[in-house]
Ligand binder design. Structure first.
Ligand code: F6R
Length: 364
């Protein structure tokens, strides 16, 4: 049932190009984006003036990607909050608030409680889940299913990509109804989004540099992931994946915050994993990398093919195909999933069943 792969995690990582394609299938009809399941009229959608994305863990990180896109494209304020926090505070909910609950399993206790609370207080709630008929699907006003199929490894990989793709569609839809993006722009973005499937395939073909990077840091006791903008979100998910399956302590920080504390951690050989794709502030990330290097860090950089310059400052460069910043979380997360897995294997950890964790968290 592992389809020839040594573990479910690797099998599921390799399924991601298919997940991207299946999650996108049928969403562009006559040049317009269609998400029928949302069950809101275009008029109701136009009125939405605030979005909360609520989720836990990796699903929360998919929400952070969504924030960048919803605010960037649809120009609607979007907050992302752990369901366990959201449910216990008096969040600003009005009838024009859209709450988007993201849950792979569709049965996470805190996320469900947050959905119930939001509905009582008058919000419209959309669910994004992988499990048909799950409690999240039943209790939300509308649901988008990620087409990841059953995920067995405890650490979420393919579901995460399915969530990002679904949330990207939602952001594009909101931009469409708000008239913030022209139809030809939406069409182009959709096509670029679809092409991330091939880019992920390309990343999966050669993992030799990821293995080399893993060799360099598996014996460390701690690692820092840094990035800016979308890169910061990618860093957060990279750090979570690493700590949960390899038990190597990892922390993610916005690279621009290094000087405000975390740079004190850096000593000779301290691993700094830097997301350095070509976002709008690539140059700033480069200077943060140089600052880390100057203090002795072992820098593993995630960069775009063709970026030769970065080799001067990084001990190891993991290259990915050039990608639009708005879609970089889809591609750049994949090598970090693989890096976490390689490090876990070097530490003889069970990558499918990490200690203390359950696949679905149905108690608070
Ligand atoms: C991490 C992981 C967890 C889940 C979290 C939410 O790899 O799998 O952090 O993302 O427990 O689970 P769902 O999405 O089922 O609500």
């Amino acid at each position: 049932e592992k389809g020839g792969y040594p573990d479910f995690m690797l099998k599921e990582i390799h399924e991601q190009p298919r997940v991207i394609r299946d999650t996108l299938a049928g969403r562009l009809v006559d040049g317009r984006l269609v998400i029928d399941e949302l069950d809101l009229s275009p008029e109701e959608l136009t009125l939405i003036d605030r979005v909360y994305v609520i989720a836990c863990g990796t699903s929360l990180h998919a929400g952070l990607v969504a924030k960048q896109l919803i605010e960037g494209w649809a120009r609607i304020p979007c907050e992302v909050e752990a369901a366990s926090e959201f449910r216990y505070r008096n969040a600003l909910i009005t009838p024009t608030t859209l709450v988007v609950a993201v849950s792979q399993s569709g049965e996470t206790a805190d996320t469900l409680a947050a959905i119930r609370d939001a509905r009582v207080r008058g919000a419209r709630v959309f669910g994004i889940t992988n499990v048909v008929g799950s409690p999240v699907a039943r209790e939300a006003d509308g649901v988008i299913y990620t087409k990841a199929n059953k995920e067995i490894a405890v650490a979420s990989t393919k579901s995460f990509l399915g969530q990002i793709v679904s949330l990207t569609l939602l952001a594009l839809l909101l931009a469409q109804v708000k008239g913030n993006l022209r139809q030809n722009q939406i069409h182009l973005l959709y096509k670029q989004l679809a092409s991330t499937a091939e880019q992920v395939e390309c990343i999966l073909q050669d993992t030799s540099r990821i293995q080399q990077a893993a060799q360099r840091c598996y014996q460390a006791s701690s690692a820092l992931f840094i990035g800016r903008g979308m890169g910061c979100v990618i860093a957060r998910e990279g750090a979570l994946k690493l700590k949960e399956i390899s038990y190597l302590h990892a922390e993610a920080y916005p690279a621009g915050e290094m000087k405000h504390g975390p740079i004190a951690l850096i000593e000779d050989g301290f691993p700094v994993i830097a997301v350095a794709t070509h976002g709008p502030i690539y140059d700033k990330v480069m200077s943060n990398i140089q600052e880390s290097k100057a203090r002795g860090a072992c820098v593993i950089a995630l960069a775009e093919q063709g970026d030769e310059e970065i080799q001067k400052y990084a001990d190891e460069v993991i290259y990915i195909p050039p990608v639009q910043d708005c879609f970089s979380a889809i591609t750049a997360s994949v090598p970090l999933q693989l890096l976490a897995r390689e490090i876990a294997l070097l530490k003889h950890c069970d990558v499918d069943q990490p200690r203390n964790l359950a696949k679905s968290v149905t108690v608070e």
